[in-house]
Design a protein around this ligand. Structure first.
Ligand code: ADP
Ligand code: ADP
Length: 228
């Protein structure tokens, strides 16, 4: 669950008002698209949720944690409740698909027995069971993004945050990635997707939050959202 109450963010270095008095709530189990032009404030919104940035004013609650007063030492606990998918995949090129996903479990101290059960299950879920021993460079962009999704999912997070997940892959594959995120959402995980791809967004009929110049200008569950 995500709750923003009158959140503003001004970057001290240049005085830019990246977010201006944003209040919204995203419930557990929702699937939400965040859209808006370049510079609108979408990345800032995600950075505040991940506690990469702190708000200048207002309060933020994510998965029952109050972020504006959270100590640095607690941030890893917050991050463990979220799986993050990046536009540029960020896979480890020297590792196989299997190892990339297993590594995420090793990082949080999971035992080998658990890893050996969980990784094949997750690779099956994202349709990559037959690619387990391949390296990222041997895969298509869409497949690499599915590895990245497997890695985000493997520790069973409460929410998946995807920042332009289809930005580096071709259109047919893009649909599959969002479809997969939708399947994951149906299993109960909250899904938040930042994207530029309006047509793709429309075809899913989910909640769409439009940000323009640091403000939420539209928040709707149908396809009549404002296109900027
Ligand atoms: P979007 O993700 O929608 O493109 P951003 O959140 O990245 O938008 O940016 C919103 C505004 O904040 C822009 O004017 C951008 O230049 C500014 N901004 C973003 N990050 C920083 C930063 N670290 N320092 C200063 N200004 C920033
Ligand atoms: P260790 O126990 O030393 O961590 P494993 O026996 O789990 O190593 O795995 C050795 C290698 O075999 C891994 O690096 C991985 O590439 C591969 N591997 C293990 N289990 C599977 C599996 N179920 N599916 C695909 N590859 C696997």
């Amino acid at each position: 669950m995500i709750e923003f109450n009158n959140v503003s963010k001004v970057y001290a270095s240049n005085g830019v008002h990246a977010l201006d008095n944003v209040s919204l709530k995203i419930d557990k189990g929702e699937m939400v698209f965040i859209v808006g032009a370049s510079g609108a404030g979408k990345s800032t919104f995600l950075k505040l949720i991940m506690r990469e940035e702190k708000p200048t004013s207002g309060s933020i609650i994510v998965n029952n944690m109050h972020l504006e007063k959270m100590r640095r030492g607690k941030v890893p606990y917050l991050r463990r409740t979220m799986g993050i998918v990046f536009q540029d995949f960020r896979l480890i090129s020297k590792m196989t698909v299997y190892e990339n996903v297993a590594f995420a479990m090793r990082c949080v101290g999971k035992k080998n027995d658990a890893i050996k059960k969980r990784v094949p299950y997750i690779l099956e879920l994202v349709g990559l069971a037959d690619k387990a021993q391949d390296h990222p460079s041997e895969l298509s962009g869409g497949e690499q993004q599915r590895v990245s999704l497997a890695r985000a999912l493997v520790n069973n997070p409460e929410m998946i945050i995807a920042d332009e997940p289809t930005g580096n892959i071709d259109p047919e594959m893009s649909y599959e990635i969002i479809e997969l995120l939708s399947e994951i959402n149906k299993r109960g995980t909250t899904v938040l997707i930042v994207t530029h791809e309006h047509e793709l967004v429309k075809s899913f009929g989910k909640r769409v939050i439009t940000i323009d110049d640091g403000r939420v200008v539209s928040d709707t569950a149908d396809d009549r959202f404002v296109v900027i």
